[in-house]
Design a protein around this ligand. Structure first.
Ligand code: SF4
Ligand code: SF4
Length: 134
């Protein structure tokens, strides 16, 4: 594995991965339940306010400027970081970002947290990659 010696990552809270280009933040039923609970809302109320359907799947609503509905520009981060979806928890160790050194370099150009901070061991990275695909 090209990352057998591990990879470094520490979020710099630039907020870039939560804003900008149109995209999707997929949420499953367990994640919806956890986020609704955190906000003190019923699941149906939560979904009506924060979730959209895309091709039969559920994604968090994106604002017209491309920001995720849970992005807080004042803290340049997630309003509900503790219960953020799996997709967000496993960034940047997604398959397409770590399928080779060039993909990682490209990811690092976008995300200033790559190659910074603590070292993630190969096993941790692989576990996060697998988790991101669930
Ligand atoms: S792009 Fe990277 S450094 Fe910036 S908020 Fe996202 S994870 Fe953190
Ligand atoms: S849920 Fe939170 S961490 Fe995930 S994209 Fe939205 S603001 Fe960012």
């Amino acid at each position: 594995m090209w990352y057998k010696d591990g990879l470094k990552f520490a979020c710099r809270q630039c907020g870039r991965c939560c804003v900008g280009e149109p995209g999707y933040v997929w949420v499953n039923e367990d994640e919806i339940t956890a986020m609704a609970k955190q906000l003190g809302l019923s699941r149906s109320r939560f979904e009506a306010s924060f979730v959209r359907m895309v091709g039969g799947k559920k994604s968090l609503i994106e604002l017209s400027n491309g920001d995720c509905i849970f992005y807080d520009p004042e803290i340049r981060g997630c309003k509900y970081y503790r219960v953020r979806p799996n997709q967000c928890q496993t960034w940047p160790f997604w398959e397409q970002n770590i399928d080779g050194p060039n993909s990682w370099k490209k990811t690092a150009k976008f995300c200033p947290g790559c190659d910074q901070g603590p070292l993630y061991a190969e096993e941790q990275i692989t576990a996060l990659k697998i988790q991101s695909e669930l």
